[in-house]
Design a protein around this ligand. Sequence first.
Ligand SMILES: Cc1cc2nc3c(=O)[nH]c(=O)nc-3n(C[C@H](O)[C@H](O)[C@H](O)COP(=O)(O)OP(=O)(O)OC[C@H]3O[C@@H](n4cnc5c(N)ncnc54)[C@H](O)[C@@H]3O)c2cc1C
Length: 296
Amino acid sequence: MIYDTLVIGRGPAGISCAVYTVRANLSTVVIGKFESSLLKAEKIENYYGFENPISGKELLMAGENQARRLGAEIIEDEVVAIEKEAHFKVTCVKGTYEARTVLLSTGSPVIKAPVKRLEEFEGKGVSYCTTCDGFFYRSKKVGVLGYTDYAVHEALELLPFTKDVTLYTNGMPLNLSDNSKEGLSQLKLNDKKVKSLQGGEVIEGLLFEDGSTELLNGLFVAYGSASSTSFALKMGIETDGKSIVTNNKMETNIPGLYAAGDCTGVFKQVSVGVGQGAIASRQIIELVRKMRKEEN
Ligand SMILES: Cc1cc2nc3c(=O)[nH]c(=O)nc-3n(C[C@H](O)[C@H](O)[C@H](O)COP(=O)(O)OP(=O)(O)OC[C@H]3O[C@@H](n4cnc5c(N)ncnc54)[C@H](O)[C@@H]3O)c2cc1C
């Protein structure tokens, strides 16, 4: 099935967009983990229409229930890759989906891995994009810094280029689905805490907290979940370094791909995310209707 629109993220921005698209008769799927920053908000009392404070969790659940009641499909999963061919192909930990349009509403970008000298070697052996840079490491020794499904996905993406791929968890416990656990058997695993990167002009290796070292030609960073900026790097979506750049219609530089909410770097508030989700939905509805006409 090809969905009319696929929304990545089930926070206020994504759910708001889905409410509009599903009511405009667009087949709509929302994919996300239950990890909205709204869950951290104990009390919300500045969102329109609530006389009394409401907890972030209650507001989030109410939004999801509203979207489900109207017919949106909400799937608990983590997106690890997006590609654009004739349609968008969105790869998740548990499945793959196709859609005519995509909304990125993944919230605030994740924090960088807490490892010394990482930034110093960006572009000098440290990369955030296996699709872009995997080719440079044919038959070399490479590592992926991470401990989640996303890290395993990135490490497996490197295997066509080199069989010498190590997953460096930086002392974090592995947090993997069964699929990723199977994939792990094709990788080397190092669970030591990294103290620092080592090298001169380019990265040469890793120094661990226990004083041991390991030589390395390249290190790919996939720490935590894939964020909007990870997708941006892979797909060539314009960013300002931290956030997705959109125009005032919430369009990115990739046709059919929109962004809304905290990932666009705006005033991080529920009302803003909800508003941007609504604006994006308007454009998505128009575009899908145009596509349908052209297909008939
Ligand atoms: C402590 C705290 C208090 C706050 N208080 C207020 C307040 O009083 N009033 C107010 O208006 N705002 C408040 N906010 C801000 C508000 O929570 C955010 O602005 C709002 O949640 C942003 O919505 P969003 O949809 O952009 O992102 P989020 O709500 O963060 O949702 C992001 C979604 O993307 C999903 N996601 C991310 N990566 C992936 C991936 N790779 N695959 C699948 N899904 C993914 C997440 O799981 C989540 O579902 C507060 C925030 C915090 C942290």
